[in-house]
Design a binder for this molecule. Structure first.
Ligand SMILES: Cc1ncc(COP(=O)(O)O)c(C=O)c1O
Length: 593
């Protein structure tokens, strides 16, 4: 109950006076202008609006808002997990304060400087045969000179120690690392013939810009056709539409923006919340940060590795704008239970985005390639948007993805329109303004070249190779176990043996030239995302993996290796803070000359 105060009592007395004045005035002077009555009501309200009352009302509002937020949080995470989160939050703040003390700051800086020096040596090689260009050359260079420099720059893709490149660069095939198939994911190469075709198509549309469809009608046509073809691949209804974007991250950002705007327009939601699995891509968190959406992270089932749908259901509240499912997710390559997520979304009248950025041109063809599949696309009623990257298993040039919506109304929520700009009417479908029409041309060429039969064959080969890796890990390396039951191209595995650290295995694989992904989730693991380039080196991979396991077993680092430092220790409060700083400094190194 609110406290009685002199100010409150004075206000109450005044209101009493005013109401009796109102009563007497209404009986004796009936018919007087309503303006006077309004004036009296306004004065009464003014009396009520004392500083004290306003303070009490504000206090009640704040208590209400925080208690509903707290209750919602408890509903999503439960009491013990919420307490743990609180503990982590307090520890993180305390650690941040500790880091501000001069002694700690000096120590952390020393450690970071030495860690970053190692990173810099690897990321920023400075071979002597390459000139450094800090500013524009006074006079433009000849074409031949530029072509020569390009050839030298390509030798850096050998990716080995700068000193070795320096000594032997002339004899090396510059792209030997990625062409050798030892990189997990990252390079979605469709073969040399296709690359040439893509380069020709890109060249033909080099200066084109879809921001000006009247100037480049051919590019507009190709873009619309790319979207239409991907919609058909994902069994979209006739009402469905889409757009292209610069990559999976932008497609995801757009889907979240559209969800937020849809929820604001149709439900008046001003404090939007999105529910994703912990295995969903970090781009959803990026969207949360960029667009002011609170993101709830739901654990995955420890056995199936699919997001726990029961926990998703518990997390839904009246601020929920949508759910997310992955098909498959990046860390362990598992397809979430999309049918049940779709049912939930439908029941609560919220949106469901399915992230097929990675599944792209594999998942839609699993069935036709003769593999088991799971429902994931627009055939499920509750699926309202899908992101699919053409620059992954679509084998198009890097820098293009698609975002698909069940209806044109939904797509409009990602548009930006400004009608009163002095520069004219500014209207764009995605985050960018100008866009590279050349990449649309390259993508269109790749899709027309491969056609459905080409993609079905690619799916057969790539998923076939992934299955072979999975089977051989399960049969031939008893020290390892595969996470969940992957049905696409990513195979994640952890250590089943106490004396083998999976991160040591990853470090030994690095020494053999493999670029594996370390995973920092609930189970220490590493993964390989199989691409076309991995297919010829499956045997080499398995042989190297067995040796790496044997090595890791004989020399247990106690999780002090470089992969363990980045991934294994990444979940503790102090490690999170340090890894965060390290990651920031890593980004800085990207721009070093
Ligand atoms: C499942 C998933 N979603 C989204 C993305 C983001 O794609 P991009 O790197 O093109 O932004 C990735 C990238 O690997 C992914 O694996």
């Amino acid at each position: 109950m609110a406290a009685r105060t002199p100010a409150r009592e004075a206000a109450a007395a005044k209101i009493k006076d005013i109401s009796s004045a109102v009563a007497s005035s209404s009986s004796s002077k009936a018919g007087r202008s309503s303006l006077n009555e309004e004036g009296l009501v306004l004065s009464a309200l003014r009396m009520l609006a004392t500083f004290d009352n306003a303070k009490n009302a504000l206090f009640a509002l704040v208590v209400y808002r925080y208690s509903t937020r707290l209750l919602r949080h408890l509903k999503v995470y439960g009491v013990s997990e919420s307490l743990f989160q609180l503990y982590r939050l307090i520890s993180a703040r305390a650690f941040a304060l500790l880091l501000k003390t001069p002694a700690a700051r000096r120590k952390v800086k020393r450690e970071l400087d030495s860690a970053i020096a190692e990173v810099e040596a690897k990321i920023v090689p400075r071979p002597k045969h390459l000139e450094i260009h800090r500013q524009l050359p006074q006079l433009g260079k000849e074409n031949d000179w530029i072509r020569g420099e390009m050839a030298k720059l390509q030798t850096m893709e050998a990716g080995v120690d700068a000193k070795i490149v320096d000594a032997e660069w002339q004899n090396r095939d510059g792209q030997m690392v990625w062409k050798g198939g030892k990189v997990s994911g990252a390079v979605y190469h469709g073969g040399d013939d296709l690359s040439e075709l893509l380069a020709d198509s890109i060249k033909q549309f080099l200066v084109s810009n879809p921001l000006h469809p009247d100037v480049f009608p051919g590019v507009r046509k190709m873009e619309a056709e790319i979207v239409s073809m991907v919609l058909r691949m994902y069994n979209a209804p006739a009402s469905a539409v889409g757009a292209t974007s610069s990559g999976g991250t932008e497609s995801i950002l757009l889907s979240c923006l559209a969800m937020r705007e849809w929820a604001r327009a149709t439900k008046g939601i001003t404090e939007p919340e999105l529910i994703i699995g912990v295995s969903a891509h970090a781009a959803f968190d990026k969207a949360g940060t960029y667009f002011g959406i609170k993101v709830h992270h739901i654990p995955v089932d420890p056995i199936t590795r699919k997001v726990n749908v029961g926990r998703v259901a518990r997390a839904i509240n009246r601020n929920t704008i949508g759910l997310v499912g992955s098909a498959p997710n990046f860390p362990d390559g598992i397809i979430d239970d999309i049918p049940n997520l779709a049912k939930l979304a439908k029941r609560h009248n919220i949106l469901l985005h399915v992230d097929c950025c990675l599944g792209s041109f594999l998942v839609p063809f699993l069935d036709k390639a003769g593999f088991d599949t799971e429902p994931f696309d627009f055939r499920l009623d509750g699926v309202t948007s899908i992101s699919c990257d053409t620059h992954k298993y679509g084998f198009g040039p890097k820098g293009l993805s698609t975002i698909l919506y069940r209806s044109a109304e939904l797509r409009r929520f990602q548009y930006y329109v400004k009608t009163d700009w002095p520069g004219g009417v500014y209207a764009t479908p995605t985050l960018s303004g100008s866009r590279p029409g050349s990449l649309i041309a390259g993508t269109w060429a790749a899709m027309m070249k491969l056609g459905e039969s080409g993609y079905v064959q690619a799916c057969r080969d790539i998923v076939g190779a992934a299955k072979e890796i999975q089977t051989r890990i399960e049969r031939e390396t008893p020290e390892l176990f595969v996470l969940g039951k992957p049905i696409v191209s990513v195979i994640a595995f952890g250590s089943a043996a106490q004396n083998v650290s999976i991160y040591d295995v990853g470090d030994h694989m690095s020494k053999k030239g493999w670029h594996m992904n370390g995973l920092g989730g609930d189970v220490p693991a590493i993964h390989i995302a199989v691409t076309r380039l991995t297919i010829p080196v499956v045997d080499e991979f398995v042989a190297d993996l067995k040796q790496a396991v044997a090595k890791a077993r004989s020399v247990f680092s106690g999780d002090k290796g470089s992969m363990a430092t980045l991934y294994g220790l990444g979940s503790g409060v102090s490690a999170t803070a340090i890894v965060g700083q390290l990651a920031t400094r890593f980004i800085d190194t990207l721009y070093l000359i």
